[in-house]
Design a protein around this ligand. Structure first.
Ligand code: NHR
Ligand code: GAR
Length: 200
């Protein structure tokens, strides 16, 4: 059985979409993969309640409690390893609305099994505030990207993308909602493809 660990910072709707897909499609039975737990760097993350309602283990690691980014990342890695005991292959780690840049050491430790969903059509608009930037640039299309996480921000190999139109008069909020709907379809689909390709 391959363990999946999700990292969140906020509402956790992408995490919830993956958890729901895993249950609906019986990922343990069909893909040999199960959700091992959800880690948040914020105690007030709404996604923690969603995870608890789904019966998943949760952990809160507040990045502000660690003097250095590397110390926080080490605590993240320890929690992942704790949940990954007995895994047939090393856990797949999914950033899902996770708002802390992880260190090169953390990336190296999880190299090739660390994905993120970014709310833009990378390589356009890495970083933050992607929807307003797309609107300000006059883009006719926007979307989301699932990519492997590397030490370079929002840069790794792309595993999937979803496209939505930018409509006249769009606000960042309206565009974000339109993109988010597609994220909830894209991320589970890409995770399944990743699990199949990496042997489950
Ligand atoms: N870490 C690495 N090494 N590489 C990536 O590609 C990463 C990553 C961690 C998170 C998500 C990314 C996004 O999809 C992500 C990709 C946070 C920031 C950021 O500036 C930027 C991009 C993303 C997530 N974070 C600030 C920081 O100092 C803090 C921002 C905050 O706490 O609100 O980490 O958007
Ligand atoms: C999503 O649009 C996701 O792409 C973005 O946060 C939104 C909320 O996600 N992620 C990032 O900006 C990561 N840096 P959530 O509802 O899954 O928490």
């Amino acid at each position: 059985m391959r363990n999946i660990v999700l990292l969140i910072s906020g509402g956790g709707s992408n995490m919830a979409a993956i958890v729901a897909a895993a249950q609906r499609e019986d990922w343990p039975g069909t893909l040999g993969a199960c959700i091992a737990g959800v880690i948040s760097n914020r105690a007030d993350a709404g996604g923690l309640e969603l995870a608890r309602e789904a019966g998943l283990p949760t952990a809160i690691l507040d990045h502000r409690s660690y003097a250095r980014r590397e110390d926080f990342d080490s605590a993240l890695a320890q929690q992942i390893a704790q949940w990954d005991r007995g895994g047939s292959v090393p856990a797949l780690v999914l950033l899902a609305g996770f708002m802390r840049i992880v260190s090169p050491a953390f990336v190296a430790l999880h190299q090739g099994r660390l994905l993120n969903i970014h709310p833009s059509l990378l390589p356009a608009f890495p970083g933050l505030h992607t929807h307003q930037r797309a609107i300000d640039a006059g883009c006719r299309f926007a979307g989301a990207t699932v990519h492997e996480v590397t030490a370079e921000l929002d840069h790794g190999p792309i595993w999937g993308q979803a496209v939505v139109p930018v409509l006249p008069g769009d606000s960042a909020e309206r565009l974000a909602a339109r993109v988010l709907t597609q994220e909830h379809l894209l991320y589970p689909r890409v995770v399944k493809a990743f699990l199949r390709q990496s042997g489950g």
